[in-house]
Design a protein around this ligand. Structure first.
Ligand code: ATP
Ligand code: MG
Ligand code: MG
Length: 156
């Protein structure tokens, strides 16, 4: 039924649950793709946007960290976390999993743009994320529900 399922991932256990639900829904549909996307918010930091695949190994640099290497190190860590988490969750799933770390001004905008640009037909995300506040729905989940036209499934 759903061919391009997006799981917005923020390193929270809720987002990990969302990935498990997404993989379960896709089942053994080998044509389906599950996209795992983390938006790195750097709206407050001026500077060029960085292609997440184009940086080297900034952690081994002996020169003082500059904007590019700070962002490079951040993206490097985010991608390493995503890949580890995906490998744990995948466990025999036959669908294709695409993972990306993207830079954007805000998670909601980044997720909404990804939905449009990649023909996403379902979003599965956590009800809450890393935020410590109690409540029914986090601000990113709320914003995505408001911004996208495809079904959104929120997971506890
Ligand atoms: P808040 O951020 O409003 O304080 P919260 O952290 O509990 O509260 P959200 O940030 O809305 O709640 O997180 C809900 C879900 O949104 C997460 O489980 C995850 O699926 C997704 N999400 C949150 N932040 C990001 C992000 N930066 N990139 C990708 N997905 C995200
Ligand atoms: Mg949050
Ligand atoms: Mg927040």
């Amino acid at each position: 039924l759903f061919k391009n399922v997006l799981v917005p991932y923020d390193e929270s256990e809720h987002a990990v649950s969302a990935l498990h639900v997404a993989l379960g829904m896709v089942g053994d549909d080998a044509e389906a793709q599950v996209h795992v996307v983390t938006v790195v918010s750097i709206g407050a930091i001026p500077g060029p946007s960085i292609d997440s695949d184009s940086f080297g190994d900034p952690l081994s640099s002996t020169t003082p960290l500059e904007y590019d290497s700070v962002m490079g190190a951040l993206l490097h860590r985010v991608r390493a976390d995503m890949e580890g988490m995906i490998n744990d969750a995948k466990d025999g799933a036959s669908c294709k999993i695409v993972s990306t770390a993207i830079i954007a001004g805000s998670p909601v905008e980044g997720i909404a743009e990804y939905v449009t640009n990649h023909d996403i037909d379902l979003v599965v995300m956590g009800r809450r994320g890393l935020g410590a506040l109690r409540g029914m729905l986090g601000s990113v989940s709320f914003g995505v529900l408001r911004s996208v036209d495809v079904p959104v499934l929120t997971v506890k």
